[in-house]
Structures are given as structure tokens and as C-alpha cells.
Design a protein around this ligand. Sequence first.
Ligand code: PLP
Length: 412
Amino acid sequence: TATGHAMKPLTKSTKLKNVCYDIRGPLLQTANQMEADGHRIIKLNVGNPAPFGLEAPHEILRDVSMNLTEATGYSDSQGIFSARKAVLQYYQSKGLLSAVDVRDVYLGNGVSELIVMTMQALMNDGDEVLIPMPDYPLWTAAANLSGGTAVHYRCNEEDNWQPDIEDIKSKITDKTKGIVVINPNNPTGALYSTEVLKQIVDLAVEHDLVIMADEIYDRVLYDDVVHTPMCTLTDDALVLSYNGLSKSHRIAGFRAGWMLVSGKKQHASDFIEGLDMLASMRLCANAPAQHAIQTAMGGYQSMQELTAETGRLYKQREMAISRLNAIKGISCTKPQGAFYCFPKMDPEVYPVKDDMQFMMDLLVEEKVLIVQGTGFNWDKPDHFRVVFLPNLLNLEDAMDRLDRFFAKKRQQ
Ligand code: PLP
């Protein structure tokens, strides 16, 4: 070097040792390179509705732009009043059990920021948090980044991916601080029964666990099913409810999310002080997007148009599921929420050892980008997640390519 001394390699911090987020990992890097080289890639990897022509409701865009000049400064660290009030009313209308006020609502730069903040506020080194398997991998990454340990509980594919209560029970230790419930679930699209949710609540109450309910897909539902928010089931446990506008209102890029603290709060003042401090440290959530929240929560819920039988997302789900199930050795349960499915590859037919490499082969050979199951902390290399956001034409194209790819693999 110019100064003459050999430079030590700059390594990432050891805090990142068990942190991974494969949805935007090596597969995406390869896909981006292929695109730069002029290939067209069909991307079934990210739950980002806007690029697939699923536009945000115009009233939302108008709200944000009308308020733009008012929203140039930092807001309150927890968020603007009107948005927080609307969030409260949303949960109250759903049957929230405990008394809350605007101080119990935190707006964030998406649910993502609030997930990381929660784990930072909650976990000491060595603490454990129960997280579903498969999961939305940010939860595991954030738990491990906080110095704690993500302990995965099983969701049963044979039982339409409902959480396995016995497995949860067997994994509770005296280090367990909380339990994460993602309902409707990413990556399985499962909607949990009220019965199962109540059993989880009972365990949380018995063992003093914080319930973290990620309900970002609660308005993306098919088949007239009803979603039960965790905060409507108990006021005997501390319940943190997460939601936002990324999916329901197709404005993932605006970064509008929130968290409600409800239930048993009396003993939690110190933890809440921690949350307040972390909220202050990041100053505030993106202020223009906060102005979308009141209208979004109170206004017309346009997502229903997309998920009704005549809607685009409904039709795309039907097609993805039937095409996937028609492939020999592939089976897939039908999701009732969100826009994902998590098919299984029969290991007898496809003896996959490294599912990331398998999906890399798919990308290189057929130009379809799909994230492997282990990217969602699934413990076997026998699943993958399909995002069915592309329109029917593109989805059909993707399914033709999958057909061809799996047929080729069967012959190898
Ligand atoms: N939680 C789940 C289950 C998700 O699927 C996602 C995004 O895919 C998020 C949280 C993050 O959402 P946000 O855009 O609000 O950060």
C-alpha cells in the first residue's frame, strides 16, 4: 500500500455469523448479472406487488402527494397522530381486548424495521425466541443479530401448515422470551385456525412469553376465510402486532408499517422504554408514507377485488397451484392468504442435496428465479417458494419452464 504496511483483510463483524437473508442472496445476484447480460428472467422470488402491475390505490397516492410539503420534516418518533389513531381503530374494530392509546402504536419503515427494533429491545445474549419453520427469514436473522437464538418450531405440511403445538411445547425453555406467529404465513400462505392460535396464547400466558404476531397479510385472503388477530385473543400476555401497507396497498417501496403493543403491559414498562429509545434513535419512519395510513385503513379495501373469485390474484393462485401439482413428484397445499406457495419436491423423484444449487440450475437453465426452501429456514432441501404475483401470461410461461426443468431432472 501507499503507507507500506500490509492491510489486514476487513471482515464482517462476528455478530453477522448466524444472520442470513437468502431472498436477496446469491440467486438474485446471479439473476441481476444475467439481466445485465441481456437475458429476461421471470422473477418469482420477492413479494413486491407493484412491479407486477398491481398498482397502489389512487387515493393513497393522492394522500401522500397532497401531504408532501407538510411531511418534509422529521415526525414524532412513534409516528403522526392521525395514522396511529387509525391503526388503533383498526384493531378496536377487530375486537382488540385490552385498553390502548396512541402511545401503544409505533410506525416504522416497514414492518422490517420494527422487527429488528423489537429483537434489539427484547433479547439478551443467549435468550431464545420461538420462530416458525418455515419462516419469513427476517425474523430469524433479526433474532440472531440481536445476540439471541432463533429456535424453530415446526409447522405441519400434512395439517395445511398449521403450527405444531407439541413441537412448540417441547422447545420452550427457561431462556425463551417470546414466540413469533406469522399469520397468514409467508412462505406457506397458511391461515391459522383460531383453535391453534388459542393454544399458542395459552402457552404464552403459561410461560410468560411475548407474542409477536406478524399479520402483514391479514387483508390478503382468499375463499372468504376470516383472519383472527392475536390481540383479540388475550390480554393476559404482552402482544406485539405487526402490520403495514406494503402488501395490502401495494406500496412496499414507501416503507409504511406499524406495531401495536397490547395486552399485559404492566410488567413491561422497562422493555417499552427500550422500544421508545430505539424509536427515537432512528428519529422517525418515512414521513410522507405515514400520511397514507389513515386513508388506507379507513377507506375502500381494494385488495378484496384482487383476491375475490373474479380477481387477478385468485386466478393466479388457482393456476400456480394446479400447474405445480400437475408436475410429477411435486405437491403443494393451497394457500388461503398472501401470494406465496411452498411446494414439496418428493425426494424419491428429486433427490436434491443442495436446494440453493438446484434453484441456481433452474435460474441458469430456464431463467426463472425462485428461492429455495432452506432460505426460509426449512430444515430439508425439499421445498421451494413460488411467488404468484406475475400475471397469468407470465405465470403460465414460468410454469412451462418449471415443467421442462423438472422433466429434465427426472431423467438425470
Ligand atoms: N413480514 C412478512 C411475513 C413479510 O412477508 C414481509 C415482506 O415480505 C415483511 C414482514 C416486511 O414487510 P415491510 O415491507 O413492511 O417491511
